[in-house]
Design a protein around this ligand. Structure first.
Ligand code: WTA
Length: 656
């Protein structure tokens, strides 16, 4: 019996595109295999070569990998560098006037920033941070909309060696508060408001609310970028305007040279418990991962117009907006708004207008655009496109085919990239134009990445069988630890059963077919993937039980046509089970409550009430039964260990 079964049976294969491979950075499969072989035979030599070739070192390293204290691996750890120097200064002599960022606002205004301009802005802002006494090792929370300034803020932190921790602008005051507190941030960088889909939403007011929740005495400054000019309250001893603090600052700022292992950033992500994890990344290893994937997977060319649609609040926005594209000297698009405003043609319009060559987005966006305008891409000139990418969740084959035909006009390879906040950069992805594509598969591991499918004892499963996706050897861009929680880091990612605690356990289930292609099946932990965003069921449950009327809650995912998964909450009230209009009212209240506690992305799609939850005699909630109920399917599983079988009937009923 396989431990995890797959239901997907996709047999279509799209052979490599010759026209593409003729010009590709890695131009044939033999070259890919040779790189894999090099990594196999001389692992350290392989990574050493990559690190020397792609990173500008202030002080070159002499040690490649330190494995003395697993799983706390160190890479290139006696070398020194600066990330912002690697992303900006290195281009000043070769291409200062090249556009680094093309910013398009929600209402269609366009601003170009060259490498010279971006460098000056970063230096000036870095000096302003220093004048606020922010220094190397300090944590700075960034809670900003998509704008050039957000990238400047991150790069400026990197320039002075401060550790940024970006919080997605859609998160609530409570989520922001938790993250500010956990990080012990000395400053928060925000904007007065953000503008998305024609609507202005407050950011500064949320920061005020977050700080007012207490335990945030570490925060000495709040820096506000004026986006809309909205009326906001100012705390005179703490709040400063971005435009005012940079006014008298120099546009040159000597970078702070840091150790290769210096923490570049932490980024909070959901796990199996209620508390988000502060995933901690290094400087050099992380940067290296973003650079080589720009070359290998995005086949970066100096003439490219690169567009990754991810928000900087997610790891994709870190690696493929703020760092990777700048490190290789690309011109990239940063878009403030949403894919459906003013209409569902917005992405296609931007591609046409700016002649985008490389377009990287998420399956959930693709599915919603298919629904809203299946033929819309045909109305636009998308002939500039040469490569498409997908990230965040498995892309279902039908969405893949649409993306391939309608957007890529059947000539652009699609790179389906599997990776995670914790891996920092792509792990499994096709080299475009080289690797034959199978819709729904992220295909083959990158050279140097030893991915495998194992059972619960860490042994390889048979070809085609489902199991746990692990990476057997350390790699440079991997998570270093969880902020302030090394024990949780070890338990979560390097359990002792997995290769004596040396395999990185991804938390995903997958299978690998006879051609060595990986097919991601889903999460093995209590993490939902809603529109490509990771949400812990425990986080949503904690939010629900924090409501004064709720006694108990269990949250499960249910497959959803556009969002990938939707959120179904089973709730037990302290008082009687609500009925009729009272029930509808409470559902609305609970949904808004969760939006306030975590953020609108965590709102349950459905809430169901019961006098209890299905539990075993030892009191454990039987989540697999809840998953079946959520799907509206008959319960065929064994319910003999259930203490209260009658409860199942009551929980059948959804109140939308
Ligand atoms: C899922 C986003 C299938 C997976 C970069 C992983 C994917 C989680 C893919 C990480 C893909 C990401 N195919 N599943 N191409 N990419 N995932 O940390 O479950 O936000 O563990 O990082 O998204 O989400 P995270």
């Amino acid at each position: 019996m396989p431990i995890i079964e797959s239901v997907l049976n996709e047999t279509r294969v799209f052979p490599p595109n010759k026209e593409f491979s003729e010009h590709a950075n890695i131009s044939n499969i033999a070259e890919y295999r040779a790189l894999c072989m090099q990594a196999q035979e001389d692992y350290l030599g392989f990574w050493e070569k990559q690190a020397r070739e792609h990173i500008l070192w202030h002080k070159p390293f002499t040690r490649v990998l330190d494995e003395a204290n697993p799983p706390f691996f160190k890479w290139f750890d006696d070398g020194e560098l600066n990330i912002s120097f690697n992303c900006l200064d290195r281009h000043l002599t070769t291409q200062p006037d090249k556009t680094a960022i093309i910013f398009e606002s929600d209402d269609g205004q366009v601003i170009h920033s060259t490498y010279r301009d971006l460098h000056q802005r970063v230096c000036q802002f870095a000096n302003a941070l220093k004048s606020l006494n922010i220094c190397k090792g300090n944590r700075v929370v960034i809670y900003m909309p998509m704008c050039i300034e957000a990238v400047v803020a991150m790069q400026a932190c990197a320039r002075i060696g401060a550790i940024h921790s970006v919080v997605f602008g859609g998160f609530s005051a409570k989520s922001l508060h938790e993250r500010i507190k956990d990080a012990g941030a000395v400053a928060v960088i925000t904007a007065d408001e953000q503008v998305r889909g024609g609507r202005n939403n407050p950011l500064k007011a949320t920061v005020d609310e977050a700080i007012a929740r207490g335990g945030t005495e570490s925060v000495k400054s709040v820096i506000i970028y004026k986006r809309t000019g909205a009326n906001i309250s100012i705390e005179a001893t703490r709040d400063v305007w971005w435009h005012e603090i940079i006014q008298n600052e120099n546009t040159v700022c000597e970078p702070e040279w840091v150790n290769a292992e210096h923490t570049l950033f932490t980024l909070y992500t959901s796990g199996s418990t209620g508390k988000p994890k502060g995933v901690q990344h290094s400087s050099a290893g992380y940067l290296l991962g973003t650079i080589i994937s720009m070359h290998w997977v995005f086949d970066y060319k100096s003439t490219d117009i690169f567009w990754c649609t991810a928000d900087i609040g997610w790891v994709t926005g870190h690696s493929y907006v703020t760092y990777g594209p700048l490190a290789v000297g690309a011109t990239q698009i940063i878009f403030e708004g949403t894919p459906t405003y003013p209409d569902a043609g917005r992405f296609w319009e931007i591609i046409q207008k700016h002649k985008v060559t490389t377009f990287y987005t998420a399956p959930t966006a693709i599915r919603s655009l298919i629904k809203l305008g299946p033929d819309l891409p045909e109305k636009y000139d998308l002939s500039s496109l040469r490569l498409l990418g997908s990230v965040g969740e498995p892309i279902n084959p039908e969405a893949w085919i649409w993306y391939y035909n309608k957007v890529g006009r059947a000539h652009c390879p699609i790179v389906d990239t599997w990776w995670q906040t914790e891996t920092g950069s792509h792990m499994i992805a096709p080299l475009p134009g080289i690797v034959p594509l199978k819709p729904g598969s992220c295909t083959l591991p990158l050279p140097g990445i030893f991915a495998a499918i194992v059972d619960e004892t860490g042994h390889d499963v048979e070809t085609g069988e489902g199991g746990f996706l692990v990476i057997k050897r350390p790699f440079p861009s991997q998570v270093r630890t969880l902020w302030g929680n090394p024990e949780r880091f070890k338990e979560t990612y390097f359990p002792i059963e997995m290769g004596h605690g040396r395999y990185y356990l991804s938390g995903d289930s997958a299978n690998c077919d006879q051609d060595g292609y990986f097919w991601i099946m889903g999460r093995i932990d209590d993490v939902l993937n809603v529109s490509g965003h990771r949400l812990g069921t425990m986080e949503i449950e904690s939010a629900l039980v924090a409501h004064p009327l709720v006694a108990e809650a269990a949250v499960v995912g249910k497959p959803h046509e556009i969002k990938g998964e939707s959120i179904i909450a089973f709730v037990v009230m302290k008082d009687q089970c609500p009925q009729g209009t009272a029930a509808i009212q409470i559902v609305n209240e609970l949904r808004n409550w969760v939006a306030k506690e975590i953020g609108p992305i965590a709102k349950p799609d459905e809430v169901r009430f019961g006098d209890n939850l299905p539990k075993t005699r030892s009191g454990k909630i039987m989540r697999r039964l809840l998953r079946t109920l959520a799907k509206g399917e008959e319960i065929t599983q064994d319910t003999s260990t259930l203490e209260n079988p009658a409860i199942l009937d009551q929980l059948q009923q959804a109140i939308k």
